[in-house]
Every structure is written in structure tokens, then in C-alpha cells.
Design a protein around this ligand. Structure first.
Ligand code: COI
Length: 380
């Protein structure tokens, strides 16, 4: 059955203002403590992922009754936070990840920022955090990038990774939703998420730990889900694996996601499957884009329950040809080995994984037609 647009996709597809229309909502506080030319050159010549940050950050505060106010682009630097701030104790926070790309003509673009804006609000709803107007989200991105333009790298696999987040900043130790929040966007000039670039990763299928359970927060982008994935990841690293594949908590037998990435499998007949959104899986923007452009190319995509035994059997029989992971940070990554308690299978990288990577990055970098209207121009 063809993909049914999700509520997030429908909301994200609504008309949004242009960058010029929202520019200036965040007032700029210029400063003289920018990174030196030598520091700048060092960072841009040695791009890692999420290691170095730019000269500015966006910041706004929410209180009752003012709502979101004090919207500024301020010098990048430490936040002043009371040690009693409830985020430090109960983890009331949400975040997003999106990228700005420099096209060949020097112009700067982001990709589906409205999806991130509406997903941030979805996550906030689950964490009892007040919504941020979509225009404020867009303005924070536009105003920040326009001040930090020099940090948008050019070249294959590079981007300015943007990390919007909201934290509960009220100093109060009772367990209830806070009455004060900080919205912050930081930006990090980045190369590939995996230091080894477009190399297949080895994945451990974990049947001991889960990242989320029914009725939990698995489909919200909140730090707690990522914290839950860290110990399993350390244990997997000890056994020589790069990432962990989590199974559903209810049956311990169906593929959920990798913790920071969604999963796709490619069948021998050329069709594609991905775990359906059960409420425990992050509704990834990259996942959504891949489903839409593959269907547009007349490739059948099924959002399905993917039983791990069925997947293992399919890989052994050749019915399943490729497995790949995707996310904003990592883009598209082939899974080259998948192992669990009683199986260990090597998977050759196939054409579909490469095709999906090429198609997605070509749209993002302005090399292919933007046939879905996903690109959002920040500056010439
Ligand atoms: C992203 O892909 O942007 C993510 O948020 C995954 C990870 C870096 C947390």
C-alpha cells in the first residue's frame, strides 16, 4: 500500500514564510570574540562531526505569561543555568537536527526545516514543553545561519549541522512540568557523521536492552531515548560493532531502529521495506524523504513489521539483499554486518543503498531537481 502521509508530514507540507519574511525576529547581538582566522581555518580544514561550534547561537526564553520572548542571536558560549534547573534532574528536554548546505553557486540552503519545526512541537507535546511557533523556529535558523555564514562548508559530505533544543530551566525539584524554558540553536560545521565516510557499519541486534516501550517517548526526539542507548552501544563496541539495532520492547522480536537512525531493507525484487511507525520509533525526516522519493520513482516501499528472524532468514536465503540506516546526521549508511545472539551475517553493499544516498544528497546539494519543494533558501 502506498505511503499514507503522517500528521507530521501533512503539517510540514503547509506553506511557510520565506527566509526574508522571518529574518530579524531574532535580534542580533554582534560581538568581537569570534574565532580567529587561524582557528577558523583549522576547524574548516579538519571537519569532524559535532566537535566545533560557530561564533553565534540563537536563544529565546519561555515564561508564563510572556510566552517565548527575548529572542536573540548572541555570542556562542556557556549557558548560565541554576543547578536546580529541572532539566538537570528530570531530563525535560527536546531537540532537533538539521543541516545547512552550501550549493555550488555559494548560496546556502536547508532541507525541510518545517518538518523539524513540527516534529519539535510534537516532541515538546510529549514532554509537556510549550510549543514554539513555526515562524520562530524558522527565524532562529535563518538569523543564526546568516550571522554564521562563513561556517557553512562546501564540498561533498559537508554541512553546517544545526542543533535546536529546548530545556526546562526553572529551578525547582518537585516533579512537574517547569514554568520556564530556554530554546537554543547551536551550529557545528561538520563532515561525515562516521569518520570512515560511506563505509558499511557493523550492527549488533540487542535483545537485552530496549530504547523505548509502548506508551513511552520513543517517537519523541528527547535526550532520554539517546541516554538509554548508550550502555547498549558501549557493550556493542566492546564486541566490535559500530551501532545497535533495537527491537520492540513488547515482543523483543521486531526491528525498531538504531537509536540515532531508522532502518531500511531492500528485497531481491527491488522493493523496499522499513519498520512502520509504532509510536516507539522516531519518525525520521530522512526516512520520510526516502519513502517519498522512492515511491515517486515507482519503487514499492512497504512500512511493515519486520521480524528479526524473518530478516535473518531473508538475508540467508538471498530474499533480502541490502540493509541500510538513515538519519539527518549520518545521511545513508550501508549495514555491512548484522549479528545477534545466534546469527552473524555479512551483507554486501548494493546499488539501492548507493542510489538512495546519491538521490538524497543530490537534492540537498542542489544537483538534482527539488521536485518535492524540500529546499529552503537561507541566503544568496
Ligand atoms: C540526527 O540525525 O540529526 C540525529 O539527531 C541523530 C544523532 C546525531 C542524535
Amino acid at each position: 500500500m502506498a505511503h499514507q502521509q503522517t500528521e507530521l508530514e501533512l503539517q510540514a507540507a503547509q506553506m511557510i514564510p520565506t527566509a526574508d519574511e522571518v529574518a530579524g525576529i531574532f535580534a542580533v547581538q554582534t560581538h568581537d570574540h569570534k574565532k580567529s582566522d587561524a582557528q577558523y581555518a583549522h576547524v574548516m580544514d579538519n571537519l569532524g562531526f559535532g566537535i566545533d561550534f560557530t561564533d553565534y547561537m540563537a536563544h529565546a526564553t519561555w515564561t508564563e505569561p510572556e510566552g517565548w520572548h527575548n529572542k536573540v542571536i548572541e555570542p556562542y558560549g556557556p549557558l548560565s543555568l541554576d543547578p536546580g534547573s529541572s532539566v538537570l534532574h528530570y531530563g525535560q528536554e527536546v531537540f532537533e537536527g538539521l543541516k545547512a548546505y552550501r550549493h555550488a553557486d555559494g548560496s546556502i540552503w536547508t532541507f525541510r526545516p518545517s518538518y523539524n519545526a513540527v516534529r519539535l512541537n510534537y516532541s515538546s507535546g510529549r514532554l509537556a514543553i510549550p510549543e514554539l511557533p513555526v515562524d520562530d523556529f524558522l527565524a532562529s535558523i535563518v538569523d543564526l545561519i546568516r550571522m554564521d555564514q562563513r561556517w557553512v562548508p562546501e564540498g561533498e559530505g559537508t554541512s553546517l549541522y544545526l542543533r535546536p533544543f529546548i530545556i526546562a530551566s526553572e529551578s525547582f525539584l518537585g516533579v512537574r512540568a517547569a514554568s520556564r524554558y530556554e530554546y537554543v540553536v547551536i551550529a557545528s560545521p561538520s563532515g561525515p557523521y562516521f569518520a570512515h565516510g560511506f563505509q558499511p557499519i557493523d550492527v549488533w541486534v540487542d535483545q537485552k536492552y530496549h530504547r523505548a516501550g509502548p506508551g513511552g517517548m520513543g517517537d519523541a526526539k528527547t535526550g532520554g531515548n539517546y541516554a538509554a542507548s548508550l550502555l547498549p552501544k558501549i557493550e556493542a563496541h566492546h564486541h566490535g560493532f559500530d551501532e545497535v539495532m533495537f527491537l520492540d520492547a513488547q515482543t523483543n522480536s521486531n526491528v525498531d531502529e538504531l537509536g540515532g537512525m531508522n532502518v531500511f531493507i531492500v528485497m531481491a525484487d527491488g522493493s523496499v521495506k522499513t519498520p512502520k511507525l509504532t509510536g516507539n520509533i522516531l519518525p525520521g525526516g530522512t526516512r520520510s524523504s526516502i519513502i517519498q522519493f522512492l515511491e515517486d520513482e515507482r519503487i514499492a516501499v512497504e512500512e511493515a513489521t519486520i521480524n528479526i528472524d524473518w530478516l535473518v532468514d531473508g538475508l540467508r536465503s538471498g530474499e533480502v539483499k541490502e540493509v541500510f540506516a538513515c538519519g539527518t546526521a549520518a545521511v545513508v549508511t550501508a549495514i555491512g554486518r548484522i549479528a545477534g545472539e545466534n546469527f552473524d551475517i555479512t551483507i554486501p553493499t548494493g546499488d539501492m543503498t548507493r542510489h538512495v544516498y546519491d538521490e538524497l544528497t543530490s537534492i540537498q546539494l542542489g544537483k538534482a531537481e527539488d521536485r518535492f519543494g524540500w529546499l529552503y533558501k537561507i541566503s544568496e
